[in-house]
Design a protein around this ligand. Structure first.
Ligand code: NAD
Length: 281
């Protein structure tokens, strides 16, 4: 029988401490504030924005949303970003990504104040995460996986961890966070020769490939901890992860569902980062 790792329980466990921190900041006259920047109105961006806004409100963090039209010019986009970046009342900036193909993300990644970079996109924070420096903000989703492991008492130390996916948003930073906790990490991607073998080696298997049903029971070793980061839509239009839940559940000791898994923790990590940033002012 595998334990279902419920993201909602993890988020609940973080809620009280986050609210306490927000209250203590307010007593010091600081109103913690997150600024969300959205270009266009993609349904997944809107869903993430709704979740983030709700989490900020329940925590006691002000949440402002700036919406830009999908056809915004690079110049106008950068000007808006710069204005928010310089606004002293803003402690964290969340840029919803990916951006439309007409926009280049690089200039704003270079521009963002590392202290406001609560989703770990600036070169400074990336370098910190990759050098094992805890003072940098990791991308929220990668850190949410670590929060899930922590809540369920799973210590990565000495374990073999396989990460499926090498993006800068999830796979790579997650592999660094796992290594920081002394796991022996293998990172897999589309060019990995024998994916099944690498996956079966993982005592912790984190799937962040964005491919529905990629991880089936035969790719998982007996007793593995399986964390599903993927968010996909299946052929029937339902939300699903990268993991075939039914077949993997029979072998895993722990398994996170989609929905109700990592995604539910991401916005709590975002709130945590905004509060850290506000506290450093
Ligand atoms: P991405 O497309 O940028 O990267 C996917 C990675 O997976 C790539 O490195 C690719 O090499 C690898 N990959 C793809 N197909 C593969 C295959 N068949 N075999 C081996 N490797 C394969 O995606 P991303 O931004 O890293 O996101 C990954 C998934 O996580 C997506 O489903 C995304 O929606 C989800 N996601 C979830 C959250 C959350 O809060 N839960 C946040 C961000 C992303």
């Amino acid at each position: 029988m595998s334990v279902i790792m419920k993201g909602t329980d993890v988020a609940k466990s973080m809620k009280e401490e986050l609210a306490r921190q927000a209250k203590s900041l307010k007593e010091r006259g600081i109103i913690p504030c997150l600024s969300v920047i959205r270009v266009g109105a993609r349904p997944d961006d809107l869903a993430y924005e709704r979740g983030a806004r709700k989490r900020m409100e329940t925590t006691g963090i002000e949440c402002r949303v700036t919406e830009l039209p999908e056809d915004v010019s690079q110049e106008a986009f950068e000007q808006t970003f710069s204005r928010i970046n310089e606004d002293m009342s803003v402690h964290g900036i969340l840029l919803l990504r990916p951006l439309p193909k007409t926009l280049d993300e690089e200039p704003v990644r270079a521009m963002i104040d590392p202290l406001k970079d609560v989703d770990g996109m600036s070169p400074v924070n990336i370098a910190k995460v990759f050098s094992g420096d805890d003072t940098g903000f990791a991308p929220c989703t990668a850190e949410a996986v670590m929060e899930m492991l922590r809540y369920y008492g799973i210590d990565p130390q000495g374990r073999k961890a396989t990460v499926l996916g090498r993006s800068m948003v999830v796979g790579r930073p997650l592999s660094m966070l796992l290594m920081k906790k002394n796991a022996t990490v293998t990172v897999c991607h589309t060019r990995t020769d024998n994916l099944a073998l690498e996956c079966r080696n993982g005592q912790i298997l984190a799937a962040a490939a964005g491919k529905a049903g990629l991880v089936t029971g035969d790719l998982v070793c007996e007793g593995a901890v399986v964390v599903d980061v993927g968010i996909n839509v299946d052929s029937e239009g339902n939300l699903c992860g990268d993991v075939d839940f039914e077949s993997v559940k029979r072998k895993a000791s722990y398994i996170s569902p989609v929905p109700g898994g990592v995604g539910s923790v991401t916005s709590s990590v975002l709130a945590k980062h905004v509060l850290i940033s506000a506290g450093l002012r």
